[in-house]
Design a protein. Structure first.
Length: 501
């Protein structure tokens, strides 16, 4: 009851006319920056942090609530319309979302994303209000062995699910792991796959890899087809900015499943929403294979609904972990931690006592921000979709320019632009030969976490490998992984037998 009364007081602060304006400004700016390829929600918060220095702490943090979720939705807009997710957390929803856009259903894909983000965010933020300390305590059960098991589970699940060929899936996983280990090895100081080029000592930034393989790879792929008779027409877009009753019924279970994936991951410092969004994507694809009319690969609405809900649910509980424990579980949360410290506030158990008025106003403004974004983006979905009516040669030339600007903005390095070109060609070749991109990206994101966790676990156990299966969590994860592999093998064998008959 104390939480509820405090939240009501927070709404009293957040719903003042001036603070509503700041939420609206934050939502618009966050979405606008998130749409730009290579920038994304974390960059939106970083770029807009100096803007808030002239505001009082309450107004500044309320504005960040709009930026926080607005940037996430902007990531998804770029991914769905242009196959260029602004951040790695939006990658999973891009696969089917962009296919929906190419099939003339861009407004429906954006509406699915907006509603999924709203449902995931609302559920997660509600749980944060009432159960933030309990949710945050779950993270203390994860040690190095658990993180390693989690990463391996994500590797195998993604490779097995997103590709019809296990060999192609494992090939993509190997490419991603190779990219992940480029650079200087921290513990030993040895250089790996750098060819003694100083510019490669720091590795290749995830933004460069994501933008190159998804955006530039798609640009080259489309350019290779421009001029052919069947590819000269513009992408048609229907103007309906809402979902039909049947589409809503189809998406609702995926939204709920995605939310269930995302909520616990927000309090685990695994780097963000990549793992739950890919797990949600894999689950929906696996369920789709059992249906009478499989839609994955053609623009499945569930392939957008699940990952989008998972991403925003993770973002919601990540805010709870940040406030209750001072634990930033993603890059965006880490930047928000800097914003709190800028105003002399240290997130953690004492924050609610020392700055309770500001904290509860911030939590209330998260609810307000999600409602504002839903109201803004549902009617504007057809307007965003108009981007697809731009002739392909102009549209994809513009994507290339913004992709290059986004990559250059991350480090101001021309070497990154060279990496982007090389990886873009690699992404094009992978599309040409049917090698999936998802295992590459999940390996790049989680590869360093897996390696670091394995080393730490073995160091703690003095080289005893049994530590990797020494807890109930690791056993459950490995059992689930084994069952997923067996199920995949059995499903493919049955599919081949049915084709033979």
């Amino acid at each position: 009851m104390d939480s509820l009364s405090n939240l009501i007081d927070g709404f009293g602060t957040a719903l003042t006319p001036m603070n509503l304006v700041w939420v609206l400004v934050g939502a618009i700016l966050g979405t606008a920056v998130g749409v730009l390829p290579g920038l994304g929600s974390a960059m939106a918060v970083a770029l807009l942090l100096p803007v808030t220095f002239t505001l009082d702490p309450t107004a500044a943090l309320i504005m960040f609530a709009g930026v926080y979720f607005g940037g996430l939705f902007g990531d998804s807009i770029a991914g769905i319309l242009m196959n260029t997710p602004g951040n790695s957390t939006a990658i999973a929803g891009t696969f089917e979302g962009h296919r929906m856009a190419k099939n003339g259903r861009a407004p429906q894909a954006l509406a699915t994303s907006a509603i999924g983000a709203f449902i995931g965010g609302i559920v997660a933020t509600t749980l944060v209000v009432f159960f933030a300390p309990t949710l945050a305590s779950l993270a203390t059960n994860f040690g190095p062995a658990e993180y390693f098991a989690l990463a391996v589970f994500a590797f195998i699940a993604t490779s097995a699910v997103v590709s019809d060929s296990a060999l192609k899936g494992l090939t993509a996983l190997l490419i991603g792991l190779t990219l992940a280990v480029i650079g200087i090895d921290g513990p030993s100081g040895a250089s790996r796959f750098t060819f003694e080029v100083p510019a490669m000592f720091d590795g290749i930034h995830i933004v460069v890899i994501t933008v190159a393989m998804l955006a530039l790879g798609e640009v080259i792929h489309v350019a290779s087809k421009i001029g052919r008779p069947e590819d000269n027409s513009l992408i048609a877009t229907e103007g309906r900015p809402f979902l039909s009753r049947s589409e809503f019924r189809e998406a609702l279970p995926a939204w709920l499943r995605g939310t269930a994936f995302g909520v616990p991951f927000g309090v685990i410092p695994a780097g963000g929403a990549e793992v739950p969004s890919f797990l949600a994507y894999g689950t929906e694809r696996r369920l789709d294979r059992r249906s009478k009319n499989p839609m994955f690969g053609k623009g499945a609405i569930k392939g957008v609904a699940g990952p989008e809900a998972a991403g925003n649910a993770t973002a919601g509980t990540a805010m709870g972990a940040l406030l209750a424990l001072g634990l930033p579980t993603s890059a965006t949360a880490a930047i928000l931690l800097a914003a709190f410290q800028q105003y002399g506030m240290q997130p953690g158990p004492l924050l609610f006592e020392r700055s309770g008025e500001i904290v509860w106003a911030l939590l209330a403004s998260l609810f307000v921000a999600m409602v504002v974004l839903l109201i803004l983006n549902l009617p504007f979905a057809p307007l965003w979709a108009k981007l697809l009516k731009i002739p392909k040669n102009y549209l994809y030339a513009g994507i290339s320019v913004f992709a290059a600007l986004g990559v250059y903005a991350t480090s101001a390095s021309t070497v990154d632009l060279i990496f982007m070109l090389g990886l873009g060609i690699l992404g094009f070749m992978m599309r040409r030969y049917g090698i999936p991109l998802a295992p590459v990206l999940i390996a790049v994101i989680l590869g360093p976490l897996a390696e670091d966790s394995l080393r730490r676990a073995l160091a703690v156990s003095e080289g005893d490998p049994t530590i990797l299966i020494s807890s109930a969590i690791t056993v459950v994860l490995y059992v689930m992984m084994t069952l997923a592999i067996v199920y995949t093998i059995v499903s493919k064998v049955r599919a081949r037998k049915s084709v033979d008959f």
